[in-house]
Design a protein around this ligand. Structure first.
Ligand code: GTR
Length: 427
């Protein structure tokens, strides 16, 4: 008799163990997507079918728990020692067009607390509280606009040519280098404010075993790193956005009931998780968030669980690593992350050449989240075809496929402003 391999042996033979092997099997062709079935959004763990908003509340809690303990990790509550101070205030910035503020937020009164500096622009001519967009940036607030009044980032910056950092310090040369991603004047003209924070103020984006950034501030005595179900870096960034919201809620110049959270790529995953966990965000925007963001994991198209955990072991909680190569055993999928935001409006944007982020999988997450929107009386994307490039579709869920590469551009912002006009102004 010929011995047959057990499933585990078969996996051991078949599964790539290195990034190079996994890259050699990268799926970027729709015909190679494996058959899959998604976890049912509307069936509770005990088998009950969800048919009412009340039952959805129970089901939502189950899904939230799974994403928390199996993917992003548990984060602390608002800390008692949270405090803020105004670092700078200029009522006539950008040639008199804007009020510019920088707010320093501390998570504890301990000296070792990181200081998260939020840059805020509001239209100078505002006659009442202003709705705004908030999003984290990759390389320092000073990269978002050439405005010389913005303080250079004080935290560790990746030493990469494109961020013009020197020995991980911000430099004057980097002012405004990411302006194309932050059309401040356009946002102000449309009657919104903009708040942005350098993600590295909360946790620098590299794997140091969680010794820097905000994590150590919350270790129990003797604890050296987060437990398997405790927060990784993305959950920490999302948590930082929630702490920014704590500030914004009490700033009379801001309409805190109309705050849209947005982010690009890893910071798009961050925006989705902030929106999913904190209902104070009135609108959520995912720009090219891909794997671990809006893209359906079971498609294994582009970046996979193994590839993301292998390259960025600090982004998610350690429990998440058990789903490397085993997307089909992951107890949730990303359409459920979108559904956690319902009935609040959500916008998912992809780019046609960004196959790594799986544009079609991002669209499908919106489609498959739609039954929850419908249950709660809103229209989603059910029945909508995958749109051609530059053709936004907008119900309570918005989607577009921008023509081009992985980025956030003026075109993307134009759609977000239009969507916010419809969804936040009207409510
Ligand atoms: C990539 C990563 C993606 C995405 C992207 C980004 O290297 O694989 O998941 O987050 O970085 O943040 O730009």
């Amino acid at each position: 008799m010929i011995p047959t391999a057990s499933p585990t042996d078969r996996d051991a033979i078949a599964l790539p163990t290195t990034r190079a092997e996994a890259m050699a099997r990268l799926i970027q062709d729709e015909s190679k997507v494996p058959a899959y079935s998604l976890p049912d959004l509307l069936i509770c763990n005990d088998g009950t079918k969800v048919t009412s908003a009340d039952q959805w509340r129970k089901r939502r809690a189950e899904i939230l728990e799974l994403f928390t303990t199996q993917m992003f990790g548990k984060a602390p509550q608002r800390p008692k020692g949270l405090s803020w101070t105004t670092f700078s205030h200029n009522p006539a910035a950008l040639n008199g067009k804007a009020v510019r503020k920088e707010i320093d937020i501390r998570f504890s009164d301990e000296a070792k607390s990181p200081v998260m500096r939020m840059l805020i622009y509001l239209p100078a001519n505002a006659t009442g509280p202003i709705p705004l967009f908030i999003g984290m940036n990759f390389a320092g607030n000073h990269t978002t606009h050439a405005d010389p009044g913005i303080a250079l980032a004080h935290s560790w910056i990746p030493d990469v040519e494109k961020y013009k950092s020197v020995n991980h310090h911000a430099t004057e040369a980097a002012r405004g280098i990411k302006y194309s991603r932050w059309p401040v004047e356009k946002i102000l003209e449309r009657g919104y404010g903009l708040a942005t924070i350098y993600c590295g103020d909360v946790d620098p984006d590299f794997d140091d075993g969680f010794q820097n950034g905000v994590h150590p501030l919350f270790y129990k005595s003797g604890q050296k790193k987060p437990a398997a179900d405790e927060w990784g870096t993305i959950a920490a960034w999302s948590w930082g956005l929630c702490r920014a919201m704590d500030y914004l809620e009490q700033d009379p110049a801001v309409d805190s009931k109309r705050i849209a959270v947005l982010g690009h790529s890893r910071l798009g995953k961050t925006a989705l998780w902030a929106g999913a966990t904190d209902p104070r965000f009135a609108l959520v925007i995912s720009n090219n968030s891909g794997c671990g963001g809006a893209a359906i994991a079971r498609r294994k198209f582009g970046e996979t669980h193994f590839l993301i955990n292998n390259h960025f072991p600090h982004w998610f909680c350690s429990n998440f690593k058990q789903y490397d190569h085993r997307e089909e055993t992951f107890p949730v999928d990303q359409h459920q992350l979108i559904a956690l935001i319902a009935p609040r409006p959500v916008y998912i944007a992809s780019a046609s050449k960004d196959l790594w982020a799986d544009p079609y999988g991002e669209f499908l997450a919106g489609v498959h989240a739609s039954p929850v929107y419908e249950l709660l009386g809103e229209k989603g994307l059910r029945g909508v075809d995958f749109p051609p490039v530059q053709t936004p579709v907008m119900s309570r869920i918005g989607y577009h496929l921008r023509d081009g590469v992985h980025d956030i551009t003026a075109y993307d912002w134009e759609q977000y402003l239009n969507f916010a006009d419809k969804q936040m102004r009207a409510s």
